[in-house]
Unconditional design. Structure first.
Length: 227
């Protein structure tokens, strides 16, 4: 039992570490390109995952999720962005927000592309490397879609705030303080209520998993046969 749990951790630790931390690094990098050097001055525009690790959100919570077999949920240290320092605040805020999910899609594409070389690895490493890449592919797709849900403070909400006309933009932005409770309630508590009532109220599948699977098929098609 312990050996199996440890094996599960070893094939998830790298996918989780890179997916969560490079997501944040991408926000900082695009903010720098758009004129805000806040993250850069704090050393957060870096591909070194250790600069972005949050002990609880990047290590403890995902580890518990892996060990218990529940949905993987985690976070890194948020990258600070001074939106007033951006060259074009409204436009650039959209680019900064979209950079995180964009990085997750890129990591998913890299993962499925690297899967081509797995058969050429030493026999002892084939299964371990293959599981890491499959987990990385799936995790990054889920994180990309989940973070693009159009409700702040998720990235998709901030993208929507930047794109919607002013009246709708302001109304959506006002939801940010209660955005996370709404998301947790709809995606996690509602299915529990539905299960008690014997009604399927699981919205995680149609809102996140189905789009993630659809996106995954597109990326696999882009890589081509053998990916």
């Amino acid at each position: 039992m312990i050996e199996q749990a440890l094996q599960q951790v070893t094939v998830w630790i790298l996918p989780i570490l890179f997916a969560i931390t490079l997501h944040e690094a991408a926000h900082g990098y695009v903010a720098k390109l758009c004129g805000d050097r806040t993250a850069d001055m704090l050393g957060r525009v870096s591909l070194n995952p250790l600069r972005h690790v949050d002990p609880v959100g990047t290590i403890v919570v995902p580890a518990l999720g892996v060990l218990t077999g529940t949905f993987l949920f985690g976070w890194a240290k948020p990258v600070p962005v001074n939106y007033r320092a951006l060259n074009h605040p409204r436009r650039d805020s959209v680019l900064v927000a979209a950079a995180g999910p964009g990085m997750n899609i890129l990591l998913a594409l890299i993962s499925i592309a690297l899967f081509r070389i797995v058969p050429y690895l030493p026999a002892a490493a084939v299964n371990w490397a293959g599981e890491n890449l499959v987990n990385s592919f799936q995790l990054n797709l889920v994180l990309a879609v989940f973070n693009m849900l159009p409700l702040p403070p998720l990235d998709g909400g901030r993208v929507a705030v930047g794109l919607l006309p002013n009246p709708l933009s302001r109304q959506l932005a006002e939801l940010e303080p209660i955005g996370i409770p709404i998301i947790l309630g709809v995606l996690f508590l509602l299915p529990m209520v539905g299960e008690a009532m014997r009604v399927d109220l699981n919205l995680f599948r149609p809102l996140v998993m189905d789009p993630a699977n659809w996106l995954g098929r597109i990326l696999i098609a882009l890589v081509g046969p053998g990916g």
